[in-house]
Design a protein around this ligand. Structure first.
Ligand code: FRU
Length: 590
């Protein structure tokens, strides 16, 4: 069988095979299920291409350079078939002896003999790594990694017209593992450029989620304007580490004094920091077990614990993760100037929003984003609501790890979510890459029944991306539906696959049913109907479709719902009962 034939993959999601070239390299089998492969210092190939099978167990690979352990990586080395290849970039090892020592992690009891795995016969040295898109579900105007696995957005910041997005990334497979921060940049929040890996695991552990700030005043001593990243080093324990960049976020140097913050608890992660004028210092919020810890610091390195929030508040059916804490100004509500009840004047009222992603425990199972609204004085967060009140930022099943950009222009509070759910994120029917981000959203506040809620609207960049009007839906479009009362919107394709969205004007709910949306069989947790309260009447819906996702918002931002779908062909018809749809092309460069 030729190599290309081996890569002509079964499964509808694969539009074309990966083009793999290069020369074979011999691996030697050692005792105890270990393999050894030697790349000579004279080798000029750019990549060592490793054959991967998603369903294989992780083999543990040591990259040993001139006798020193340089990196540990876990790779699902192909046993029965090659799903795709991943590259080890050889540039940094050129001129040195590279030895790859692999320990296979196989239950040999039901396999024919030792060493029959196809991975070892198919490793390649190559100057090319084919990154051409092979996935028909790859979104056109959402951010995705060029290859490999992605989860949480990390360290997002805005500077000089560029939006920076880092993300949890596995360079060695399309399932979770080997956490790095990979980096993308965009000038319009729709078209993203891949900037490569920014922070790779070190001796303190894998690089879990965290945040970035631009240290304009040089408080940390790495230079005015240095980009400072704080992330969780996930080794035997979780601790917080710092890395700095003096080239605008392209490359980072881990701080020699890491870790900078430690604790004696297992779930201690996802640091999110911001400058707070009220205390003329930095604040940091961290997820610690079932609560958030809040710290302050003059220099981003020495952190003092100020307070804790969360025990007894909101939803606790899962692990608290990926926090954020930010002010949202409210100067007008329903067109009326607000009066600050404590000062009795009409100056801007500011509420603080504490974001707490939770997994599991979401309203429809698995992961979701809850939040609390209250006050924060740089030391302590006080929640406005009663402890039993739970508020969700998005009522779909595929909206997690939501955090905001540092330094967004014009005081915008712009967020991105990871558009998946830990219940099935590793199983969705793509292979070259897994997971996309949501479209960017801008947050505000509204009041209903005496409670403050966060409003979620598509960022203005989405309006700018509107292209021509369309007669029927396409795989990448926006539908604007004007409603007269209760309405049913049915998106369908010729295969009979459909997504049914319903606005119930009496119950004041909006729902999305994806039980017959296409491929729903890859996880029992996938088929479902999600339902949201609309906090009053809704008059208009904006529905964004991009190959494998549907994101619905009402015009006032009172309801947001994000769900993945995997139709066998794009939905190309829409029927609206009780309203009128206008469909727009969404312009993107892909
Ligand atoms: C959330 C999360 C974070 C952690 C990261 C690891 O999805 O579990 O808490 O830092 O993913 O990839």
């Amino acid at each position: 069988m030729s190599l290309m034939a081996a890569l002509a993959l079964p499964g509808a999601s694969q539009a074309m095979a990966q083009n793999v070239q290069g020369k074979p390299i011999r691996a030697e089998q050692l005792a105890n299920d270990n393999w050894l492969l030697h790349v000579s210092p004279q080798e000029t190939a750019k990549y060592l291409l490793l054959p991967v099978e998603d369903k294989a167990p992780e083999a543990h690979l040591k990259l040993i350079v001139d006798n020193q352990l340089c990196r540990n990586i876990d790779v699902r080395m192909a046993l029965h078939k090659i799903d795709y290849y991943v590259p080890v970039v050889l540039d940094e090892f050129r001129g040195h002896n590279l030895v790859v020592q692999a320990h296979m992690n196989i239950d040999r009891s039901n396999r024919g003999g030792v060493g029959s795995e196809i991975c070892w016969a198919n490793i390649r040295l190559s100057d090319a790594f084919d990154q051409t898109n092979r996935e028909r579900f790859r979104p056109l105007y959402h951010h995705t990694p060029v290859y490999g696995w992605m989860n949480d957005p990390n360290g997002m910041f805005y500077k000089d017209g560029t939006w920076h997005l880092f993300y949890q990334y596995n360079p060695y497979g399309s399932m979770w593992g080997n956490m790095n921060w990979r980096h993308s940049t965009s000038r319009d929040l729709l078209t993203w450029n891949d900037e490569g890996v920014a922070i790779a695991p070190d001796a303190h552990g894998a690089i879990f989620s965290g945040s970035c700030v631009v240290d304009e005043k040089n408080t940390a001593g790495f230079g005015a304007g240095a980009v400072i990243a704080l992330y969780t080093s996930a080794g035997d324990v979780q601790s917080q580490s710092l890395a700095y960049s003096t080239d605008g976020g392209r490359t980072f140097t881990p701080y020699a004094g890491n870790p900078i913050l430690t604790a004696d608890v297992p779930d201690f992660r996802d640091p999110n920091m911001f400058w707070n004028d009220d205390i003329n210092a930095w604040n940091l919020i961290l997820a610690v077990g079932q609560e958030m810890r809040i710290y302050s610091s003059p220099n981003l390195k020495d952190w003092k614990e100020e307070s804790r929030f969360g025990l007894g508040y909101g939803n606790h059916d899962g692990v608290w993760e990926c926090p954020d804490l930010f002010p949202l100004p409210v100067d007008k509500l329903n067109g009326k100037q607000l009066v600050n009840s404590s000062t009795n004047n009409s100056s801007t009222i500011t509420k603080w929003v504490l974001v707490c992603n939770i997994n599991p425990g979401g309203p429809f199972g698995g992961s979701a984003t809850q939040y609390f609204v209250g006050d924060f004085d740089g030391h302590k967060f006080t929640c406005d609501s009663a402890p039993q009140v739970t508020k969700w930022m998005d009522w779909g099943k595929d909206h997690y790890a939501t955090v905001s950009f540092w330094g967004a222009p014009k005081d915008r509070r712009t967020v991105l979510a990871w558009m998946s759910n830990w219940q099935y994120a590793n199983d969705v029917p793509t292979m070259q890459y897994r997971s996309a981000n949501s479209i960017a959203r801008d947050l505000g506040l509204f009041q209903n029944g005496g409670e403050w809620y966060v409003s979620v609207k598509p960022s203005p960049e989405m309006l700018a991306a509107r292209g021509k009007k369309l007669k029927s839906p396409t795989e990448a479009c926006e539908m604007v539906v004007d409603l007269k009362g209760s309405a049913t919107i049915t998106l369908a394709n010729a295969k009979g696959e459909k997504v049914v969205m319903t606005y119930d004007d009496d119950a004041r709910t909006f729902s999305m049913d994806r039980t017959q949306s296409g491929n729903v069989a890859f996880s029992e947790a996938f088929p479902c109907t999600t339902v949201a309260p609309t906090h009053g009447r809704i008059k208009q819906l904006r529905i964004f479709i991009d190959r494998c996702s549907i994101e619905a918002f009402d015009a006032d931002g009172h309801v947001a719902m994000t769900n993945l779908v995997f139709p066998s062909e794009p939905y190309n018809s829409v029927k609206v009962k009780g309203g009128k749809a206008t469909i727009w092309e969404v312009k993107s460069e892909k």
